[in-house]
Design a binder for this molecule. Structure first.
Ligand SMILES: Cc1ncc(COP(=O)(O)O)c(C=O)c1O
Length: 416
C-alpha cells in the first residue's frame, strides 16, 4: 500500500512559530499541535463550508471533528448565518437589557428536553456545568460533588491542576462511567454531604473508548441521587441536539434534575444552558448571582432558535443516525477485515476509532500511522478525540472516507 504524501503545512507552521511569541503555547488547549500529530496536521484553518475545511496552506479536508462538537448542520450554514446577520444588522445584539429571545428559547426547551422547566442561558459549556454545581450546592446546602466525564476548564473539574488551590476541588470525587459499584462506594462514604452527581449520560471519556450505558446504570445513578437527596445533573453538552433533540436523557429514558446544554444547540454560535426542575432552578433566581456582560447577547439565541427550527424541519438527527449507522457498520466490517487491533466504539452521530492497548505500546505506532494516512489523504479525524457526523456529510463524502479508512488500515497492516 502506497504511503500518502505528506501535506505541505508551511504557512501553518510559520504562523505557529509567530504565535509562540505572542500567545503562551502558540494556541490554547485542545487546539495544540500535540493534541493531533505534530508536523502532520495543520495548526491554522482558513475557511469551512458544509463538512469541509481548508487550512491556511490550501489543503482541503472532509472534517469529522465538527468544531469539537457544535457543528451539527455544517460550517457556514446559510440560514443560520443569515438569521444572525439580520439580527445584528437590523436590530442589534448587545444591549443594556435582555431581548425577548430568552423567553422563546426557554419555552422551546421545555418542549424538547425532558427535565426542562426553568432555564438560564450562558455562553460556554464550562459556564453551564459550573453554574449547575453552584445551583445544586445552594439548593441542597451541601458541598460535595460526584462527577463522571469531562466538564470543562473551571477550577472544580479541570484535569490539569496548575494554579488551582486544592480546596477548590477537594470536595469533588470522580467515578468511572458504567461503574455503579464505584458510585455506590463513594455515596456510602460521602452521600450525606453530596450536593450533586454530575455525569455525561453517554460515556465519552477523554481519549478513551466510548460507552453506551449498561442496562440499569443510569437508573441506578438516578436511584442513588434520590436516596441521598443529591441533585442529578446530566452533562449533555455533546449529546443534546445530537443523539436526540432532548439528548441522551430522551434516548435512554432517564430524567435528571438538571441538565446542561451547549455545542450543537446553535451550530457554532456561543450559547449554553442550565435547565431543569423548577424548584431547584428557582435557586438561581434568588440565592445566587450568575451574570456576565455577554450572557444576554442575542446572536446565540437567534442561532439556537434557527438551528432547532432546521433540525426539526429537516429531520436532521434522523438523517445523521440513518447514514451514520450504515457508515459505522461499514467501518466495523473494514476493521474486522484488516484485523490490526483497531476498534470502533460509540454510536452513529459520535464514534471513535481506537487501537487496542498492548504491553509493547505498538498500538501507538499503529494509531499514529493510521491517523497520519487519513489526514494526508484529506480526512480530518484525530487520534485522541472521537468523531462526529454532521447533516452536510453527503453519501459521496462518506464513501470517499470509507475508501481512505480502508487504505489506511491496509497501510497499517502492511507496514506494522
Ligand atoms: C461534556 C462536556 N462538558 C463540558 C464541556 C465544556 O464546554 P466548553 O468547552 O464550551 O467550555 C465540554 C467541552 O468539550 C464537554 O464536552
Amino acid at each position: 500500500m502506497k504511503e500518502a504524501k505528506k501535506l505541505n503545512i508551511t504557512k501553518s507552521l510559520e504562523l505557529f512559530k509567530e504565535a509562540c511569541g505572542l500567545v503562551p503555547g502558540g494556541v490554547l488547549g485542545a487546539r495544540k499541535p500535540g493534541d493531533f500529530i505534530e508536523g502532520e496536521y495543520p495548526v491554522f484553518l482558513e475557511t469551512g463550508k458544509g463538512c469541509r475545511l481548508t487550512d491556511v496552506d490550501g489543503n482541503e479536508f472532509v472534517d469529522f471533528l465538527c468544531g469539537y462538537g457544535p457543528i451539527i448542520l455544517g460550517y457556514r450554514e446559510e440560514e443560520v448565518d443569515e438569521a444572525v446577520c439580520r439580527q445584528i444588522k437590523e436590530k442589534g445584539f448587545c444591549f443594556t437589557l435582555t431581548q425577548k429571545f430568552q423567553n422563546v428559547l426557554a419555552k422551546k426547551l421545555t418542549k424538547l428536553v425532558p427535565c426542562s422547566e426553568l432555564s438560564i442561558f450562558l455562553k460556554t459549556g464550562s459556564d453551564a456545568t459550573t453554574a449547575s454545581i453552584r445551583i445544586a450546592r445552594a439548593y441542597t446546602g451541601k458541598i460535595k460533588v460526584m462527577r463522571c466525564g469531562y466538564h470543562g476548564w473551571h477550577d472544580w473539574c479541570v484535569e490539569m491542576k496548575g494554579g488551582i488551590p486544592s480546596k477548590f476541588y477537594e470536595d469533588v470525587f470522580e467515578f468511572p462511567y458504567n461503574r455503579i459499584d464505584k458510585l455506590e462506594e463513594l455515596m456510602a462514604s460521602h452521600g450525606k454531604e453530596t450536593a450533586a452527581i454530575i455525569m455525561t449520560p453517554f460515556g465519552h471519556p477523554n481519549h478513551e473508548e466510548m460507552q453506551e450505558p449498561k442496562p440499569g446504570f443510569l437508573q441506578g445513578v438516578r436511584e442513588l441521587a434520590d436516596k441521598y437527596g443529591a441533585v442529578l445533573v446530566f452533562d449533555e453538552i455533546r449529546t443534546a441536539f445530537r443523539l436526540r433533540m432532548g439528548g441522551a436523557q430522551e434516548l435512554y429514558g432517564v430524567t435528571p434534575d438538571l441538565t446542561v446544554l451547549g455545542k450543537a444547540i446553535a451550530n457554532g454560535y456561543p450559547i449554553s444552558v442550565v435547565t431543569g426542575k423548577r424548584d431547584i432552578m428557582s435557586t438561581a433566581g434568588s440565592k445566587l448571582f450568575i451574570s456576565s456582560t455577554f450572557f444576554p447577547n442575542s446572536e446565540g439565541f437567534v442561532a439556537a432558535l434557527k438551528t432547532i427550527e432546521i433540525l426539526e424541519r429537516d429531520k436532521v438527527l434522523e438523517n445523521i443516525w440513518e447514514k451514520g449507522e450504515r457508515f459505522i457498520g461499514k467501518i466495523r466490517a473494514l476493521i474486522e477485515k484488516y484485523d490490526v487491533g483497531a476498534r470502533l466504539t460509540g454510536v452513529a452521530p459520535m464514534f471513535f476509532i481506537t487501537f487496542d492497548k498492548d504491553e509493547t505500546g505498538a498500538y501507538k505506532q499503529k494509531r499514529t500511522a493510521f491517523y497520519t494516512q487519513l489526514i494526508r489523504k484529506g480526512f480530518f479525524f484525530t487520534p485522541y478525540h472521537h468523531a462526529y457526523i454532521s447533516f452536510r456529510h453527503t453519501e459521496a463524502d462518506l464513501k470517499s472516507t470509507l475508501n481512505a479508512i480502508e487504505e489506511s488500515l491496509a497501510y497499517v497492516r502492511e507496514k506494522l
